[in-house]
Design a protein around this ligand. Structure first.
Ligand SMILES: [Zn+2]
Length: 277
């Protein structure tokens, strides 16, 4: 389907996924369009299931600046590329185009990147590097933006107002995560035990003994036996230590992916919890 140029107003609507939340002051844009006309038509896609209706994928500000007084807004109908979904196209277009637009603020960008990474079917999700390629930034920069999503709403507001830079905001999240890890590290996660090794003083001793009892392992092969404590066999010691170390790894990974994929982080934390039981 080739591009088509139309002029309409009534059958246009901004796309519901528009990442822009703040349209900014439209007065200057309206005046410029009234005086000079529109330089670039809006880009629209046909609305699925609604013949003759369109969603704006580029030009929301121009639309709002004109809709009250212009019955013939020029638009270019741009069909989706094969395999491209509307949502993905829309988010990318909004990120890429800067013409005649108030640029997206850092938090709006961060949300759009986050959605490209985490929403939709897995086959459609993009990595930071893939997004970077499309919008002309490095994957690392995309990562810095995505970290901003972990800031409190107040701090996010400060980023939007330019009081905190993207670099500072992402550094805050990294620092908070590191101190959280240190804080949790003081709890008996996988403490250094050097010696006593395989004795009742080992932080996982009771767990190992319980496993041994549950599996009815022979008392003869148990290590660390004391008067009132049966000890555990080497197989059980090893099993509980491996579980604990795997749980620790899952918790570390969960903390690392939390901003990008809270659902996955939650799943890993659940798994870690089960391993620690
Ligand atoms: Zn055992």
């Amino acid at each position: 389907m080739p591009w088509r140029q139309l002029a309409l107003t009534e059958k246009l609507e901004p796309h519901p996924d528009n990442p822009r939340t703040d349209l900014g002051d439209l007065k200057a844009l309206e005046e410029s369009i009234r005086k000079r006309g529109l330089d670039i038509p809006l880009t629209v896609v046909p609305r699925p299931g609604m013949d003759g209706y369109y969603w704006i994928i580029d030009g929301d500000r121009r639309y709002y600046a004109m809709r009250e007084w212009n019955d013939n807004i020029p638009v270019v109908v741009k069909p989706l590329l094969s395999g491209e979904t509307l949502r993905k196209r829309h988010l990318l277009t909004a990120l890429v185009t800067g013409t005649m637009q108030k640029p997206l603020d850092p938090i709006e960008r961060a949300r759009a990147y986050g959605r490209l990474m985490n929403e939709g079917p897995p086959s459609e999700r993009m990595t930071q590097a893939e997004i970077g390629e499309q919008v002309g930034l490095t994957g690392g920069t995309i990562g810095q933006y995505v970290l901003l999503l972990d800031l409190s709403p107040t701090l996010q507001k400060s980023v939007q107002q330019g009081k905190i830079t993207v670099r500072e905001g992402s550094a805050m999240v990294k620092r908070a995560r590191a101190s959280e890890r240190r804080r949790r590290g003081q709890a008996p996660m996988l403490p250094v035990w050097d010696p006593p090794w395989f004795t009742r003083k080992h932080p996982l001793a009771d767990k190992a003994a319980a496993r041994c009892a549950r599996l009815d392992h022979s008392a003869r092969r148990r290590r660390g036996k004391e008067k009132n404590w049966p000890g555990a066999c080497e197989q059980c010691w090893q099993a509980v230590i491996e579980d604990s170390s795997r749980a620790e790894m899952l918790e570390r990974c969960a903390a690392a992916v939390y901003a990008a994929d809270p659902a996955l982080a939650g799943k890993w934390r659940e798994e870690a919890k089960t391993l620690r039981q």
